[in-house]
Design a binder for this molecule. Structure first.
Ligand code: C2E
Ligand code: MG
Ligand code: MG
Length: 766
């Protein structure tokens, strides 16, 4: 069954075989029917024939009786001439009678019809073929059939019929004998219904098994009448019937049955219909014509073959239809499985398939392409536009690849191209061409985009041994390229270590919270006037295996592997706990800034969880600031703005961290609901040496002041820096110059002891 399901043709062959068996059975039944019909037809013919034969013989008997009566009527054999006249008139009436003779009981001929020339002293007993039957006639009062023989006198095959005529005392007066010309006498056989059938009729004598009458459409060898059917042949003819059907010869004779026997005729054995004619002690046999049966059967067979081959053809067409359809579906499914519905490019399954088929000696480069900022297009313009952009990119890439190369849409906005037998230089040129092509303005409806992509490349077999490895490495290279965007990066070994380190970090990070490896430190923030303003909460991770991992490193990992939410919650919860404690112990009002990563901020549960945690700690005297980076606004400015409004309504302030490192635009400040601006350390670093930087910082602070935004500088390490920034009217200061990040106890001590920081007295603890 499984085979049939797998292969429709197996099902067809099975059906055809079953059909063939049916055909065989139908053929057999058809032959049987034809044979039965033919034999019953022959039996019917035999019945008719037997009746005809008997009635003809009866006619002859009547004629002989008629002659006898006439002879007797004319007196006691007196007038030979008169008798001859009677005889002649009978012969004249029935020309099948070759002649009539009157014989005296001792065999001498008395008188014969004029056509018969017998020697005057002819004695019938002198003829061996007549002797026995003549004697029988003397003893019988019925007409006796003499053996059929070749008569020299009449120069013909003759069939003698004799009847004795007795006086009142039963003494034989004379014997009337006639000889019949068989074809003439039994003409009926060649006419009418029997003539249509090519049967031969053989009548033979039960008493001595000599043939009496043979009626054939072909010429008969007269020697047949000299042939005596062997007893064994006769017995064999009926033996089978007795065995099979329990019919004895006696039954057949008495019931005058038409039965199928083996033929007793000389020559090839075959089947025949036999019937006994009791009155004349004759057996009649109609040999069955096998050829005729066969030709009837062949006619039927033709019809059968027609039906069979026709229906088989139909079945074949049906199966072929199913097979074609199945193939079509299979192809469609295969196409579906291997193609990306959106771009109609091949998909990742196709890539896996192709590369698994590939010979290991072919050299190829796997190019991993990831569109830059595609999410922004999707979110900003809707998925429909996003889809159109992807289709356009697919078309552009397709126009660049060779037919031998493999181009697939790997997922989302990621495409992979596998290029064979090229050197690194050409691949680089090819990737540049891709970048140039993508950079051409893309008009989608009313919008016009300029696209770019980050491209990572890995080479086989140089970089990796299998597809998975290569994809990973090309992805790593792409990841590297993403840092600067619109960049082409070839894979390098050190990416692998970075990758492994990252993978290990991921593993360890999963257990970090449970193992209490994560804790908080707080870096003080000081007002321009030297008074304590607050702290920035900074997370720390100390791992047994990896040692101290800087937060900016592991935060990115936590974000990418979905651990940011629990870690973020821990940070907030722990900071609240610590700050409540600090506030209680020092009695000083504390402002705490907590860094919120982009993913954390965008998480739809973030706001609710934050409020829950605030309520849990029933914050009163601690002011909360959330630090977010500019990256947050890349994707969805509107959504973020709304969330920020909600946050500010709760009395929480928002600080824009690392200002100046991203794509900072002063314009953004105008649009965003922010309370605080943190000028990045990189500005502070060269503020003393670079007048441009100084001018920029001056400008930033001036604008912020005008927008009523508090300015914070981070990374203040020297008093010189502090002085310049104070002169520029920066509001809040943070840096090693004041204090490194502190553990909670150190923070408490710092806060209570610190008063004169702005006077340049650096007593920062570490
Ligand atoms: P950030 O928010 O800009 O934090 C300031 C970083 O500058 C801190 O590094 C701090 O230790 C360092 N710093 C402060 N003053 C000085 C200085 O005078 N000289 C020098 N060389 N460095 C100074 P840290 O703690 O390693 O944090 C790095 C970054 O990690 C942070 O930058 C922040 O983006 C992220 N981060 C730290 N803690 C958290 C956190 O709790 N949540 C989230 N989401 N991110 C955090
Ligand atoms: Mg920060
Ligand atoms: Mg910062």
């Amino acid at each position: 069954m499984a085979l049939i399901k797998k292969n429709i043709w197996a099902a067809f062959y099975l059906t055809a075989t079953i059909w063939l068996v049916f055909f065989g059975a139908a053929t057999f039944v058809s032959y049987q029917t034809v044979y039965e019909e033919y034999t019953s037809e022959q039996k019917r013919l035999m019945a008719l024939t037997a009746n005809s034969i008997q009635s003809i013989l009866r006619q002859y008997e009547v004629l002989l009786d008629l002659v006898a009566k006439e002879v007797i009527a004319y007196g006691n054999l007196a007038d030979k001439e008169t008798i001859q006249n009677v005889m002649d008139s009978v012969v004249e009436v029935d020309n099948s009678m070759l002649g009539v003779g009157l014989f005296l009981p001792h065999g001498d001929v008395y008188v014969a019809s004029s056509g018969v020339k017998l020697p005057p002293s002819f004695n019938i007993l002198s003829q061996p073929e007549n002797r026995e039957s003549f004697q029988q006639t003397l003893e019988s009062n019925k007409m006796v059939l003499g053996r059929t023989y070749q008569s020299d006198v009449l120069n013909s095959v003759v069939f003698p019929l004799r009847k004795s005529v007795v006086d009142q005392d039963g003494n034989v007066l004379f014997v009337l004998s006639t000889v019949i010309n068989i074809p003439k006498g039994f003409r009926f056989f060649f006419e009418g219904e029997s003539n249509q059938n090519n049967s031969n009729l053989y009548l033979y004598r039960d008493s001595d098994r000599y043939f009496q009458i043979v009626l054939s459409h072909h010429e008969i060898d007269s020697n047949i009448y000299r042939y005596q059917i062997p007893q064994a042949t006769f017995d064999q003819a009926f033996r089978k019937l007795e065995k099979k059907k329990g019919l004895s010869i006696k039954d057949i004779k008495t019931n005058e049955l038409e039965v199928i026997t083996t033929s007793v005729q000389p020559g090839q054995t075959s089947q025949a219909v036999s019937r006994y004619l009791p009155k004349y002690d004759l057996w009649a046999e109609l040999k069955l014509n096998n050829r005729h049966v066969m030709s009837l059967f062949l006619k039927e067979l033709q019809v059968l073959i027609g039906i069979f081959s026709g229906s088989l053809l139909l079945i074949y067409l049906l199966f072929r239809g199913i097979a074609t359809n199945e193939k079509r579906i299979k192809n469609a499914l295969e196409h579906q499985a291997n193609h990306d519905y959106l771009t109609t490019l091949n998909n990742r399954f196709y890539l896996d398939q192709q590369l698994s088929l590939m010979k290991t000696d072919s050299l190829y480069y796997l190019i991993f392409i990831d569109l830059d900022n595609f999410k922004a297009i999707n979110d900003g313009y809707g998925h429909e536009v996003g889809d159109k952009v992807l289709r356009l990119v697919a078309r552009r890439l397709q126009s660049l690849v060779n037919p031998d190369d493999v181009l697939v849409r790997y997922s989302g906005d990621e495409f992979i191209i596998v290029v064979f037998n090229q050197d690194e230089n050409n691949i680089n040129l090819f990737c540049k061409a891709i970048q140039n092509d993508l950079a051409l303005p893309a008009q989608i409806g009313d919008y016009r985009f300029v696209l770019s992509a980050s491209i990572g490349i890995a080479a086989f077999p140089e970089d990796g041994q299998d597809l998975d490895e290569l994809k990973r490495y090309a992805d790593l290279a792409m990841y590297e390229a993403k840092k600067t965007r619109n960049t082409i990066t070839f894979f390098r070994e050190d990416f692998k270590q970075a990758y492994q380190y990252r993978a290990q970090m991921e593993q360890e990070l999963k257990k970090a919270l449970l193992q209490n490896e994560i804790y908080m430190m707080y870096q003080p923030q000081i007002r321009r006037d030297g008074s304590s303003f607050g702290v920035e909460a900074l997370v720390r991770w100390e791992n047994k295996l990896l040692g101290f991992v800087p937060p900016d490193k592991f935060i990115a990992v936590a974000e990418s592997c979905g651990l940011m939410l629990p870690i973020g919650e821990f940070i907030i919860d722990q900071t609240f706990t610590d700050m409540t404690e600090v506030q209680k112990e020092t009695g000083l009002p504390v402002t705490v800034s907590i860094n919120i990563s982009v993913r954390q901020f965008q998480h739809n549960e973030f706001f609710d969880r934050l409020i829950e945690l605030m309520e849990k700690h029933s914050f009163i005297h601690v002011e909360l600031v959330l630090e977010v980076t500019e990256n947050l606004f890349i994707d969805d400015v509107i959504g973020i703005q709304n969330l920020m409004k909600k946050i500010r309504e709760k009395g929480i302030r928002i600080s824009l961290d690392d200002f100046g490192t991203g794509y900072s635009s002063l314009n953004l400040l105008n649009q965003l609901p922010i309370d605080e601006l943190k000028i990045d350390k990189s500005f502070v670093d060269d503020i003393t040496t670079n007048s441009n930087t100084l001018a920029m910082v001056e400008g930033i602070i001036a604008i912020a002041r005008r927008l009523n935004i508090t300015t914070v500088v981070e990374g203040v390490e020297t008093d010189e820096q502090r002085q310049i920034l104070a002169d520029l009217q920066c509001d809040i200061f943070q840096g090693y110059h004041f204090s490194k990040p502190l553990k909670i106890d150190d923070l408490k001590a710092f806060m209570t002891s610190n008063t004169h920081l702005l006077q340049g007295d650096n007593n920062a603890s570490s």
